[in-house]
Write a protein that binds this ligand. Structure first.
Ligand code: NAD
Length: 498
């Protein structure tokens, strides 16, 4: 279950049982990586670094170029592994996760060969200055369980494109697809030790990786509280962090919006990956005149979403990641109901889908939760303020555009947002005034390898994907070359004049 130095390794930590949360079946058992395993993986990455760093961009890009097809060759195995460990629908795994990660590999294969920057030139008398963009060293990356394959691609590919070596710690619940990505990298010709993957818990494996003296940067995706802990640990040794944290994305439906398009976008945007998506639409902010029509349509569409075994292609939505997480989501919705919110649809742990088909297992063994729409809340409600990370959309009405923008920004988070309008002015205003790392207009969710993904405010800093992400994994060196023939340099007169 762990992969370093181009080889598989058994862990030396506690035993861990992998469970399919959509069927309740135990799908495997392995030993977690312990601190010694993390140190071995870092040692492999450290040993591989000097040789890998010395490659020209063209030489380094060669395995990157071969990585995409090697990864693609393994793609038939990926959706099954993905849905087995996360409970996500096979359609989402096949049509979103796998092609997205392959396209990432294609993008980063070219990234190192098209660098731009300041020109070399004379910026000080009789000298030439130039910039070198260099890798950092050994990167420690930590990923969450929600999109294990895409998160591995987002972390590993830009880091190695920039000439670093990497140890990725996956969530202990979802090691499968990241290991396949690492195996594909070896098959593509990456030298052993460049890409290393371990699966372990946060406290032992995660903290050992962050605090390891040879790890020069921690690139983390996960919750805001853990991100803050990582920042604290990295601060103690003064190393870099790149944090992709939680979200609470608004979806603003202006008075001139296409209500049918907005309702469909809201349902897809809130239910993607069973709502376990950091950019998922979670707060619908709707022009009062359309509030009823919009929420009616959202409830109707949610009621038609087919829950079921993720392995069945007709299934729209699988389970959540675990019983513990499902119970946390259910408790938040129940508390909203207890404090007077209207649960327009959902709000329950279902045993059948809308067609009356039995869901696999029982509520004690499988982690399904019904698509849920909540209205009638105040904006100090927990479900408005806190990340739920489940298939739950909360909707509130607004009267003026100023109020809509204020509500959109009424959150500590700032990862993503959408605005729905036919007006050019509203489009441009939403783009400028909503505080988020991504603002979609008349859509919610699309992500592409060429464009950056990353947060504002408590959603973190640093970008995944795109050339911006490549830059995150580099450092800039100014090289100054003196060209005086004469040992006397004018500026030195400010220090001594003999
Ligand atoms: P999490 O923060 O609980 O865990 C994320 C990773 O951190 C896991 O690998 C975990 O083992 C590790 N970890 C936990 N404690 C640690 C510690 N003390 N030191 C080092 N590592 C530690 O998050 P999760 O529940 O796995 O994922 C859901 C969260 O991730 C949500 O908040 C979601 O918004 C966020 N997320 C953000 C993005 C983004 O791009 N911004 C993408 C996906 C998920």
């Amino acid at each position: 279950m762990h992969y370093w130095n181009g080889e598989h390794h058994e862990g030396r930590g506690a035993p861990f049982t992998l469970t399919n949360p959509a069927t309740g079946e135990a799908t495997g058992e392995y030993a977690l990586a312990d601190a010694a395993d993390v140190r071995d993986a870092v040692a492999a990455a450290k040993a591989a670094y000097p040789g890998f760093k010395a490659l020209t961009p063209g030489e380094g890009a060669a395995p990157q170029r071969r990585h995409a097809p090697a990864h693609e060759n393994r793609s038939p195995h990926l959706p099954a592994r993905g849905k087995q460990q996360t409970g996500k629908s096979i359609r989402l795994a096949t049509e979103f996760d796998v092609p997205g990660s392959i396209d990432n590999a294609r993008f980063f294969a070219g990234a190192a060969r098209a660098l731009t920057g300041l020109s070399a030139g004379t910026y000080w008398e009789q000298s030439t200055s130039m910039i070198r963009r260099e890798p950092l060293g050994v990167i420690g990356s930590i990923a969450p369980w929600n999109y294990p394959l895409q998160m591995a691609a987002w972390k590993i590919l830009p880091a190695v494109a920039a000439g670093n070596t990497i140890v990725l710690k996956t969530s202990e619940m979802t090691p499968g697809t990241s290991l396949i990505l690492a195996e594909a990298a070896t098959a593509a010709g990456f030298p052993p030790g460049v890409i290393n993957v371990i699966a372990g818990d946060g406290k032992e494996a995660g903290e050992t990786l962050v605090t390891h003296p040879d790890v020069v940067m921690t690139s983390f995706t996960g919750s805001t509280p853990v991100g803050r802990r990582i920042m604290e640990l990295a601060a103690a040794k003064g190393s870099r962090v790149h944090l992709e944290l939680g979200g609470k994305a608004p979806l603003v439906v202006f008075a001139d919006a296409d209500i049918e398009a907005a309702a469909r976008g809201a349902v897809a945007g809130s239910l993607i990956n069973s709502g376990q998506d950091c950019t998922a639409a979670t707060r619908a902010i709707v022009a009062a005149e359309h509030f009823e029509a919009f929420t009616d349509r959202v409830a109707e569409l949610m009621d038609g979403v087919r829950l079921g075994d993720p392995a069945v292609p007709a299934t729209d939505m699988g389970s959540l990641i675990s019983l513990t997480h499902r119970d946390r989501v259910a408790a938040m919705v129940a508390r909203a109901g207890d404090t007077g919110a209207t649960i327009r649809t959902g709000g329950e742990i279902p045993t059948t889908n809308h067609l009356g088909e039995e869901l696999p297992g029982t509520p004690e063994t499988t982690a399904y939760y019904a698509p849920t729409l909540i209205t009638g809340i105040d904006t100090d409600a927990e479900v408005w303020r806190d990340e739920i990370f489940g298939p739950v959309l909360v909707a509130v009405p607004f009267d003026t555009d100023d109020e809509a923008i204020a509500l959109a920004n009424d959150t500590p988070y700032g990862l993503a947002a959408s605005a729905w309008t036919r007006s050019t002015n509203r489009t441009l205003r939403a783009a400028a005034d909503i505080e988020a790392g991504c603002v979609w207009i008349n859509e919610h969710i699309p992500i592409v390898s060429d464009m950056p993904h990353g947060g504002y405010k408590a959603s973190g800093f640093g970008k995944d994907m795109s050339q911006y992400s490549f830059d995150e994994y580099t450092q800039i060196k100014h090289v100054f070359i003196d060209q005086h023939e004469d040992p006397h340099h004018a500026w030195q007169d400010t220090i001594f004049t003999t």
